[in-house]
Design a protein around this ligand. Structure first.
Ligand code: GLU
Length: 485
């Protein structure tokens, strides 16, 4: 049988990390088995609908490469793929269950139902429907319908025993049937309830695997009783634990956690985000961490999904993002980096490509670019203590004498390239019995005014050009002389 998975988002706003993970796992399950990945928009709850969120869904799937084989925009033989456009088809299925004696009309008024709640012996919110309308005769039903009385259709649930299903992640889940209410399938406005539409849609779209959040675990037995009532085969269920901010709290946009869009705006790469999200709850049998989409398709298996909640670790994602920059083809990187560099550097004549090359292996996110190279346009204020570096064996005194040695040498230097400058400074160190770092660290510091920079002394000198380089070194000398008196 062809594997068919579906991503069934409700268009209620942003693309949350958890939703994207659901989509990704659906996609990977389908593609790893040569199957189809379907997009269905579950927009029956019009009140929760947020303008523009369907576009967010399309955009995210497009950007992440989770290409759906069927869906509202691409069509397919099981459409329509937008739930609100399927409204006409559910009643027929509900009536089929009425016919089979598995569901029944209920004409109870709101007042009557409310009074059931009030008289609820446990005094809690859950008051089971008392099946007042189950005993109505055919004639009574006909008469009520003819009189235009509002009605709902309820499923006749078992009251004895238990209902179980096997979840691929959580194992066997069992509920006591005595806890189940005769759930409403069709509401008084004639529209299906969310659960009913979801089941009918999954069945009529031939869905074989359902991946969704563990918040649905407890209602899944009810879904399965519907499949049973129809005599349909239920799909395989794969419920996913929540994505957490920390050990106690779920990731939540409302509490400031980032959505997919936020991460993109903060300079994270789509491929790195997808790679990271794949590992939020799934691990391969080996320790591989960096995956292309093709590798994910090849390696992904349901058995590798864990039921312990995973914590969204932005540090790990940031690290991974840096790895993606390192691996990236230069031209692709340049397309992304050039606009940021142009924005960040206003000094004319700077070789931005050279700067870009230096950044490529040091960058974690695109948004790091401005702060990494802000020293190019203007030397920041800095403390002479930056000249002290234990490993480089420099002190302020050594820095002062080293900088003084470099000025005449650099003034004479005609070939202003990284290699030539490096060679010249090395020779200078050697001639003066100094360690390389005792020349390079002071120069690097004088040129950047920062504890770290995207390049060493001679690379910074190339970026800044001869005049600015000498000017900044002289400034360093002045500062150190003032400090040391
Ligand atoms: N529309 C539901 C949601 O966005 C999905 C439910 C399901 O996948 O069955 O949470």
């Amino acid at each position: 049988m062809e594997v068919r998975t579906r991503f069934a988002p409700s268009p209620t706003g942003y693309m949350h990390i958890g939703n994207l993970r659901t989509a990704l796992y659906e996609y990977l399950i389908a593609k790893s088995k040569g199957g189809k990945f379907i997009l269905r928009i579950e927009d029956t709850d019009q009140e929760r609908k947020v303008e523009g969120s369907v576009d967010v869904i399309y955009n995210t799937l497009k950007m992440t490469g989770l290409k759906h084989d069927e869906g509202p925009d691409v069509g397919g033989e099981y459409g329509p793929y937008v739930q609100s456009e399927r409204m006409g088809m559910y009643m027929k299925y509900a009536l089929e269950l009425v016919e089979k004696g598995k569901a029944y009309y209920c004409f109870c008024t709101k007042e009557r139902l409310d009074s059931l709640k009030e008289n609820n012996e446990h005094g809690d919110a859950f008051a089971r429907y008392d099946r007042h309308c189950l005993g109505l005769s055919k004639e009574e039903i006909e008469a009520n319908l003819a009189a235009g009385k509002p009605f709902v259709i309820r499923q006749l649930m078992p009251r004895e025993g238990t209902t179980s299903f096997d979840d691929a992640v959580y194992g066997t889940i069992t509920v006591d049937n005595s806890e189940l209410d005769d759930q409403i399938l069709i509401k008084s406005d004639g529209f299906p309830t969310y659960n009913f539409a979801n089941v009918v849609d999954d069945h009529t779209m031939n869905i074989t695997h359902v991946v969704r959040g563990s918040e649905y675990l407890s209602s899944t037995p009810k879904y399965n009783l519907l499949y049973d009532a129809f005599g349909w085969t239920a799909p395989e269920y794969i419920h996913l634990p929540p994505v957490m901010r920390d050990a106690q709290h779920k990731l939540s946009k409302r509490h400031g956690d980032k959505s997919f869009e936020d991460l993109i705006n903060e300079g994270y790469l789509v491929d790195a985000i997808v790679n990271y999200i794949a590992l939020l709850g799934w691990s391969p049998s080996d320790n591989q961490e960096i995956f292309t989409m093709d590798e994910l398709i090849e390696k992904f298996d349901i058995a590798g999904i864990s039921k312990s909640p995973s914590i969204f670790d932005i540090k790990k994602l940031t690290w991974m993002n840096g790895e993606y920059f390192k691996m990236m083809d230069f031209d692709k990187y340049w397309d992304l980096a050039e606009p940021k560099l142009k924005e960040a550097v206003k000094t004319p004549g700077v070789d931005l490509k050279f700067v870009g090359e230096l950044l490529k292996t040091r960058l974690e996110t695109l948004n790091d670019i401005p702060s990494m190279i802000d020293f190019i346009d203007e030397l920041p204020e800095y403390s002479t203590e930056l000249y002290i570096h234990k490993k480089m064996k420099t002190t302020e005194e050594i820095a002062l004498s080293s900088l003084k040695l470099t000025v005449p040498v650099l003034e004479e230097q005609t070939e202003w390239t990284n290699d030539a400058l490096y060679e010249r400074l090395m020779a200078l160190a050697k001639d003066n019995g100094l360690k390389n770092g005792q020349i390079l660290w002071p120069v690097r510091t004088a040129l950047s005014g920062k504890p770290s920079s995207p390049g060493g002394a001679t690379e910074l000198a190339v970026i800044l050009g001869k005049d600015e380089t000498i000017k900044r070194i002289n400034k360093g000398i002045e500062m150190l002389e003032e400090k040391l008196g």
